[in-house]
Every structure is written in structure tokens, then in C-alpha cells.
Design a protein around this ligand. Structure first.
Ligand code: DLZ
Length: 510
């Protein structure tokens, strides 16, 4: 009974359930760089490089662990994972194929036809690297009218005994210290400089391959310095715990001029391809708090993202796909403006967030949610186009995590399933969170006219257009009342300016 174990590019862990219990002398492993996976959206070149280099390094580790590994490189020209399997199964005698379930619905669907095509049984195993199994999420969700992250998160804290008092209550008396995670950036403290990794020969070869094979994709390969092994990823996380975690809590939502990493952990890309595991990170961060190294707000802020939010969005994705992908509750259909591909706009916050996304495949969550996402929401940009852009451009983006975050949270296109109100904000929010505005040509205190921050009029235009939708939403009552209090002439001026701004920025307007 000899099995062929397929390991996907985002499943690079010995704790991959398809590898647990496998027999190195007998079972063999297939990893394949293929055009279908590398091309279903125009991925950022750093994302492709990260995945290919990490795949190649993991293949070496598997060989060191005694496995025979079939590794197929992109320049062999294989079109798809299916074709890679067909060829490997034809050349060698296997009794079955074994794979961990993929993170994307698209690929899960494709796998349905594999047994027939291969003439072999295909075992698809549940991905045990996540902390909330599909059944667990379904039973939590069933019978609930609203699926709020906060309630889910508390159950996960209890399930895993994370940040609890001995009596089972939350550490420090509160479940959530979000209010202490929102300080704006005024350069209050020094940001520790990141160590930059030296790319080894394997990575350098991958960088050359990617440059050649994907000349038109975004991504500045000369700035590639991500970890590509579990050891390097762990070293980066250790660095974060030591140097950045103590300030992470305060500045989780901060927007800082010309600062890419701030105090962020920079581990989502490693978690999402299997180089790090979520529970170990949470336990290490809890330990940092218990030993007095960081505040409870910092530790809880990190753990909320990993144990709460990350598992929650995955649950939402699998509960509602494939229908979720087609939702467009606010009827947003405006095509993406060109500056989404070059960052060339004079809105300073937006330009910086877009440029670093395009160059490095990274922006932190407030840039993604409140700068780029907020702009897309207010401008009514086409949901599917925005979602594909996020999926392609972030090094940590796979659809299970990207789609709920973009479509549900940032764009409010799921009709409020995830978020009880839209994350819409004017320029005032962006000003409060950071120091972009001081050097921007637009003024967040001005509503209309040439110098006015475009987020302002776009914000009120958005509120005006969707009044009916939010009429009975108690969390929107104050905003709606504020809008309606304004004189008709004032409203007209703001709306008129909003249309002009939109026409200038995205080449449209109604
Ligand atoms: C994202 C990606 C890319 C760019 N290339 C490959 C590849 O060549 N081979 C592979 O096995 N996986 C790749 N991946 C990751 C897959 O797209 C990912 O496993 C699915 O989207 C499911 O999450």
C-alpha cells in the first residue's frame, strides 16, 4: 500500500495531516509548481517567490526526513496539479493519493474529478492545522441569527484555555482590550529596525525564475526578504516577541508615514503557508504577558487576531461558499481606477498603502481595511474586482482568508453577515490614526473644494446613497441623524463635490 502524498504550496508543514502517520521509506511526496495555481489571478511576484522558495526548501526537509520527493519546477511547463499527479502516478505505482484539503473552494471543486482522472482513490483530509474544525464552526453558527466574531472568539479562548483566569473568566476581567489598541501614530516611540534576511542560493534561483516567468506582475523582487523555512519564520516571530510586541497593542491601528512594518508581527504569510502554527504563537504571546514582557492589551490584541479573527473568517468562508463570492449587497460596480496598479494618486495615505502593497505584497490591517478598503467601499468599486486585487497582491492572501476580509468586512457586500456596520470613515479617521495628512496636499478638515480630502465628500455621499439600507441599523443611527441635520444646500454641495471627486479619481460619476 504505497501512497502518493500531494503537498500544496500553502501546506508546508510536517503537521500537514497528509504527512502525519505517513511512512517515509514507503510513501512518496509530490510538490509541483504549476501554471494554473500561479496564474489564476496575477499574483504579486513576491507571493509567488515566497511560495516557490518555501516549497523548494520544504522539499529538501522532506528528503532529509527520509521521503522520496517528486518535485516539479515551473519551467517544466506543467499546466496543473492534476497533470502533475497524472504524470507521477503513471510513472510510479501508487495505490492511492492523499492530500490535505485545500484552502480554496476553487481547488476543492477541481479535486472532485481527480479520482476518476487518476483511476485511484484520493483521500482528502481535514486541515488539522486550523484551530476550529469545520464541524465545530458549524455547530457554533447553527441557530445564530448573527455570527459575531466576539462571541466565537470567547469560545475559542475557552476551548484552548488561552488568557483565562483560574476561575475560567477572561484574564484581567475583560475579553477584549480593543479600545487600548487604537492609538494614532505621532512618532511617539522608536520603531525597531527589522533585520533583513540574506536570500540563499535556492531563493535567488527562484527570484530569477519568477522575474522571467511573470514579467508583467506587480512586485519588486529586489526587495524580497521574507523567511522561506520554518526556522527563519520562527526567528522572525521570536524577534517580534522580543522587540515589537510590547508596543504592538498600542499601535495596532496606527498609520505611519513611510513605515511599512511598524510593530506588526509579519507572520500572517508564514502562518498561511504552514511555516508557523497558530496555537504555538498564541501561547508564546500569552507567556510574554505572564512574564511581564508586554501588556495584556498587546497580548490580547495579537491573540484576538490569530485565535479569534483568523479562525472566524475561515469558518465564514466554508459556511457560505460558493454563494458568498457572488454577494454584492451595496450594488458596487465601478471599475478599479488605474492607480490600483501603480499607486499613482495624490491621496498620500492611499498612495503609500498601494505602493507598498504592489512592491512588497504587504500592508498592515488598517491600511488594508481603512485606507484601501475604505476607499473602495466609499467609491463603490466593483466587488469581484477588488477581491481579486486583494487575492493577487498580498503575500499572505488565500481565498479562505482574503474573501471574508475583503468582501465581508471591508466592502460590507455580504449584507452585514460579518460586520454590524460598514467600516466607512472620512478623512478625519485617517488623520487621527497617523501622520500622513500633515504632508498630504489634501486637508482632512475641509469638506469641499480643491484642497478638501476626498475621503470626506465620498464618505457622506456613501451615507446618503445607502440611507435606506442602514435605516434600521442602530449603530448607524447617529451618523444618519448627523447627515439629515445638515441643511439641504449643504448636503447638495457635499454630494456635488463627491461626484466631482469620484469622476476625477475613478473616471466615473453619476
Ligand atoms: C498560490 C500558489 C502559487 C502561486 N503557486 C502554487 C504552485 O505552483 N503549486 C502549488 O501547489 N500551490 C501554489 N500556490 C498555492 C495554491 O494556490 C493553494 O494551495 C490553493 O490556492 C489552495 O489554498
Amino acid at each position: 500500500d504505497r501512497r502518493l502524498i500531494l503537498v500544496l504550496g500553502d501546506q508546508l508543514s510536517f503537521n500537514n495531516p497528509a504527512l502525519i502517520g505517513a511512512a517515509p521509506g514507503q510513501d512518496e511526496v509530490l510538490l509541483a509548481e504549476v501554471h494554473e495555481e500561479a496564474g489564476y489571478v496575477p499574483h504579486n511576484r513576491l507571493k509567488i517567490a515566497l511560495i516557490f522558495s518555501a516549497m523548494r526548501h520544504f522539499a529538501s526537509e522532506l528528503e532529509r526526513g527520509g521521503y522520496r520527493v517528486h518535485y516539479r519546477r515551473l519551467d517544466e511547463g506543467l499546466p496543473s496539479l492534476e497533470e502533475a499527479l497524472v504524470q507521477t502516478c503513471q510513472a510510479h505505482a501508487f495505490s492511492r493519493v492523499c492530500v490535505c484539503e485545500p484552502g480554496e473552494f476553487r481547488l476543492r471543486r477541481l479535486m472532485d474529478s481527480w479520482p476518476e482522472r487518476l483511476g485511484l482513490p484520493v483521500d482528502i483530509l481535514e486541515d488539522s492545522r486550523f484551530l476550529c474544525a469545520h464541524d465545530r464552526f458549524r455547530s457554533w453558527a447553527s441557530g445564530r441569527r448573527q455570527l459575531r466574531m466576539e462571541h466565537f472568539y470567547r469560545e475559542m479562548r475557552r476551548d484552548y484555555g488561552v488568557l483565562l483566569e483560574p476561575d475560567g473568566g477572561p484574564a484581567g476581567g475583560h475579553w477584549n482590550y480593543d479600545k487600548e489598541n487604537r492609538e494614532g501614530w505621532r512618532a511617539q516611540v522608536a520603531i525597531p529596525p527589522r533585520r533583513s534576511l540574506r536570500n540563499d542560493a535556492v531563493t535567488r534561483e527562484v527570484l530569477e525564475l519568477v522575474a522571467e516567468a511573470f514579467p508583467g506582475n506587480p512586485g519588486d523582487l529586489s526587495r524580497f526578504s521574507y523567511g522561506v523555512t520554518a526556522g527563519q519564520a520562527q526567528a522572525e516571530f521570536d524577534w517580534f516577541c522580543e522587540h515589537a510586541l510590547p508596543q504592538f497593542g498600542r499601535f495596532q491601528d496606527a498609520l505611519a508615514e513611510n513605515e511599512v512594518w511598524l510593530f506588526h508581527a509579519r507572520v500572517s504569510m508564514y502562518l498561511n503557508i504552514g511555516l508557523l502554527e497558530p496555537l504555538a504563537l498564541c501561547q508564546r504571546v500569552e507567556e510574554a504577558w505572564r512574564s511581564g514582557h508586554c501588556s495584556l492589551a498587546a497580548a490580547e490584541g495579537f491573540i484576538r487576531q490569530v485565535l479569534g479573527w483568523r479562525e472566524y473568517v475561515r469558518g465564514i468562508y466554508w459556511l457560505h461558499m460558493p454563494e458568498y463570492r457572488r454577494r454584492n449587497a451595496l450594488a458596487a460596480t465601478t471599475p478599479l481606477p488605474d492607480f490600483f496598479w501603480d499607486g499613482d494618486t495624490d491621496l498620500r495615505c492611499l498612495s503609500q498603502a498601494l505602493r507598498q502593497t504592489l512592491d512588497l505584497g504587504y500592508a498592515h490591517h488598517i491600511q488594508r481595511l481603512m485606507v484601501i478598503g475604505n476607499f473602495a467601499l466609499l467609491a463603490g468599486l466593483d466587488i469581484a474586482a477588488v477581491c481579486d486585487w486583494y487575492l493577487a497582491d498580498y503575500v499572505d492572501a488565500f481565498e479562505w482568508v482574503e474573501l471574508p476580509n475583503t468582501l465581508g468586512m471591508a466592502l460590507h457586500a455580504d449584507g452585514g453577515l460579518m460586520a454590524s456596520k460598514p467600516y466607512a470613515a472620512s478623512g478625519k479617521y485617517i488623520q487621527r490614526q497617523g501622520n500622513h495628512c500633515a504632508q498630504c496636499r489634501y486637508n482632512p478638515a475641509q469638506m469641499t473644494g480643491e484642497g478638501a480630502c476626498p475621503y470626506n465628500a465620498l464618505y457622506w455621499r456613501f451615507i446618503h446613497r445607502h440611507q435606506q439600507t442602514f435605516e434600521n441599523n442602530p449603530r448607524m443611527a447617529l451618523v444618519l441623524a448627523n447627515w439629515r441635520k445638515r441643511k439641504a444646500s449643504e448636503q447638495d454641495a457635499i454630494l456635488g463635490w463627491g461626484e466631482r471627486v469620484l469622476a476625477t479619481l475613478v473616471g466615473e460619476g453619476s
